[in-house]
Design a binder for this molecule. Structure first.
Ligand code: NAP
Length: 243
């Protein structure tokens, strides 16, 4: 890369987002990583050293997203890589799911991706080069009892990915989704031993995935070599679900 490219990774304080931020920084990008708190943002700044910086962003708030983007632009940076990674769960069976559990998940996982991408897309279009990568989930295809809200958000991300890929392909921008299976992070730490055991039995590779294994694919999709891949959802799930 002649001029250092800039990437934004949402939800970079922990888990998959932290692994992606560190991998892209190692690849040579300047990485802005978001957290929901000042303390989380500071930890990202420490982790990335002079290859990146943390900032605070609440995906469900347009004002917060815009303030974070202004902070990036205030440094003279125009991100050409957007990694929509941050996501939440509020699991419950449909009959017990509250309206706010439904709204929070849709508004964060799907609405947040729309807000962040919209706020930055003009910069990618002007550059005539860009990468948008949305972190979906294997359950977006499989379905999952107790997660109608989360699964809907992840299935929605796949449709968003395909539609945006069609809109911006002529500008040299690729848009893809990466759908992780069960990856060892805080999100899956919430599983009981029983749930974990049942899940492992269904995974041909017999283990949970590592965040770095998701980051490796994201790194490739951000590279020049991946320039002819767009509109796809790529599964990284140990064989749990075969397309
Ligand atoms: P995680 O460990 O729970 O981390 C979530 C990240 O999102 C944190 O950085 C968190 O920031 C941020 N975040 C939470 N709520 C937010 C909000 N309202 N606005 C902005 N940022 C927010 O999650 P993970 O397991 O790494 O998952 C990352 C992505 O992969 C998610 O989209 C998830 O759905 C997807 N995924 C995960 C798995 C898995 O097995 N782990 C499987 C499939 C898909 P704070 O640290 O400030 O809270």
């Amino acid at each position: 890369m002649s001029e250092q490219r800039v990437a934004l990774v949402t939800g970079a304080s922990r888990g998959i987002g932290a692994a992606i931020a560190e991998r892209l920084a190692a690849d040579g990008f300047f990485v802005w990583g978001s957290a929901t708190s000042e303390a989380g943002a500071e930890r990202i700044t420490q982790a990335l050293g002079d290859q990146g910086s943390g900032l605070v962003m609440q995906l469900q708030s347009l004002a917060s997203v815009n303030a974070a983007i202004e902070q990036i632009q205030g440094h003279g940076h125009v991100p050409q890589v957007i990694i929509n990674n941050a996501g939440i769960t509020r699991d419950n069976l449909m009959l017990r799911m509250s309206d706010s559990d439904w709204q929070d998940v849709l508004d964060t996982n799907l609405g947040g991706t729309f807000r962040v991408t919209k706020a930055l897309l003009r910069g990618l279009v002007k550059s005539r080069w860009g990468r948008v990568i949305n972190i979906g989930s294997v359950v977006g295809r499989l379905g999952n009892a107790g997660q109608t809200n989360y699964v809907t958000s992840k299935a929605g991300l796949e449709g968003f990915t395909r539609s945006l890929a069609l809109e911006v392909g002529s500008r040299g921008i690729t848009v893809n989704a990466v759908a992780p299976g069960f990856i060892e992070t805080d999100m899956t730490d919430q599983l009981t031993d029983l749930q974990r055991g049942a899940m492992l039995e269904r995974i041909p590779l017999g283990r949970m995935g590592q965040a770095a294994e998701i980051a490796a694919l994201v790194s490739f999709l951000c590279s020049e070599e991946a320039g002819y891949i767009t509109g796809q959802t790529l599964q990284v799930n140990g064989g749990l679900f075969l397309v």
